[in-house]
Design a protein. Structure first.
Ligand code: GLN
Length: 451
């Protein structure tokens, strides 16, 4: 713990942490030593972790990357973090993120952007770590923590893992409890781990996951031995290659990397097969209706009365207005406006209802594909990490970065990003494996074959 606290302090320029909790880390590490001395070690005994600042942590300020939660210190612990502490893990601090997890670059954080520890060869410009879990991904990549938590609504674990050259896993929707995690889009949000290897990610997930009666969408299923699935035999495993993921604008390098991934799995005895996910082209448009709709409803609670920031006004309505205008950044306001628009009486059928119907078709595509294959292999993102400031003036180009991760989220399926190589500029690129619902084990088995 001391070694990682030291690195956290010497790497503040990355801006990976919003809140450092070194005293808590030392206290937890001492308690862990005491348990170990009694022979009571849990699976993560003494392992220091960085926690995305979207998980409520008892007695430690939780910001969600927003100004509106100013001064908010939860009186409760999220189920996922409580599970990690039960397994013996130690909290190093709370990591930076896009405001309310809305973004793909970490640039929408009220606390400023995070610097990706990677740089293009011969180019000193700062690059983004991806988002929204950019602080967690950068922390693990820069060895400020051996592992971290993230949340993934449309790619926020997998895309930053790809940009930072580490492993990031989004489990099946319902695998991890959402209780005590600040909500963005409740039908999509899932917690998951970042780590340097597939097996470390499996161990972290094992501790994080499990049924929780406090979240009605948490699956009442036992947690399998995820670590045992890693490194297993993939001979005969059918790997679907979806032809619709060869999107326009995807670089030749990413296509080549995808081929390399296929060859690696083939060499390990797996069998690539061509599959079709015909509604992929509608996934982004559908996601950017459903996610803002749910966000507009979830964020209605920040009214200056119950949490955090309050900016007074002459009456209650003006206090609401002033608080929300001062507390929310531009991207969050944009999403709330889109969300309330698509949910309004005159447009509900045309936008929100239609999007839900398309979502069902996207889920059906995966169901049909998984009748033929065991896992699906795709690139994680269409680009490597981009320069800070790029894509910021046009939200649509930013949204396009989620093209490969969003369909999985819409279908509630598990996905993992594994580092797969470097591009011509020396930047890491990831490949994504997608599994059947609640079959993270097969996905982990295949992911190990890519390491
Ligand atoms: N980039 C996507 C968005 O902005 C996904 C974010 C996430 O998964 N939390 O909505």
């Amino acid at each position: 713990a001391e070694a990682f606290i030291g690195r956290m302090e010497t790497h503040r320029r990355l801006n990976a942490f919003i809140t450092e909790t070194p005293e808590r880390a030392v206290e937890m590490a001492r308690a862990s030593d005491a348990r170990r001395a009694k022979g009571e070690a849990g699976v993560l005994e003494g392992v220091p972790l960085a926690i995305k600042d979207l998980f409520c942590t008892e007695g430690v300020r939780t910001t969600a990357g927003s100004h509106i939660l100013d001064g908010f210190t939860p009186a409760y612990e999220s189920t996922v973090t409580a599970n990690l502490w039960k397994a013996g893990a130690v909290m190093l601090g709370k990591t930076n993120l896009d405001e309310f997890a809305m973004g793909s670059s970490n640039m929408t954080s009220y606390f400023g952007g995070v610097e990706n520890p990677w740089k293009r060869r011969g180019d000193n410009r700062k690059l983004v770590p991806g988002g929204s879990s950019g602080g967690s991904a950068a922390a693990v990549a820069a060895l400020l923590a051996p592992g971290a938590t993230g949340t993934d609504t449309g790619g926020s674990i997998r895309q930053p893992a790809s940009f930072c050259g580490i492993v990031g896993l989004k489990p099946t929707y319902g695998r991890c409890s959402r209780w005590g995690t600040v909500a963005f889009a409740s039908s999509l949000d899932q917690a998951g781990p970042f780590a340097r290897t597939v097996k470390d990610a499996a161990l972290l997930l094992q501790a994080m996951a499990g049924h929780d009666p406090k979240d009605s969408t948490s699956a009442p299923l036992p947690v399998p031995d995820f670590a045992a699935a890693c490194g297993g035999d993939v001979r005969g495993l059918k790997v679907g290659i979806p032809r619709e993921y060869r999107v326009e604008g995807m670089s030749a390098e990413i296509d080549a990397l995808w081929q390399t991934g296929i060859e690696m799995l083939k060499a390990a005895g797996a069998v690539p097969i061509d599959v079709s996910l015909p509604h992929t082209k509608h996934a982004l448009a559908t996601y950017y209706i459903i996610a803002p709709a749910e966000c507009s409803s979830n964020l209605a609670r920040y009214d200056g009365v119950r949490f955090g920031l309050r900016v007074p006004g002459k009456d209650l309505a003006e206090m609401y207005d002033n608080t929300r205008a001062a507390g929310f950044g531009a991207e969050v306001r944009r999403r709330v406006l889109i969300g309330t628009y698509v949910l309004s009486a005159g447009y509900y059928d045309a936008y929100y209802k239609k999007a839900q119907q398309v979502r069902a078709l996207i889920a059906r595509d995966f169901k049909q594909a998984f009748a033929q294959c065991d896992v699906i292999l795709t690139p994680t993102a269409p680009t490597a990490a981009f320069a800070a400031g790029d894509k910021m003036d046009d939200p649509v180009t930013m949204y396009l970065n989620d093209v490969f991760t969003v369909p999985t989220s819409m279908a509630g399926l598990p996905g993992i990003s594994v580092p797969a190589g470097l591009d011509g500029d020396g930047l890491p690129l990831g490949l994504q494996l997608i599994g059947r619902a609640f079959d993270e084990e097969t996905m982990l088995r295949a992911a190990s074959a890519l390491e």
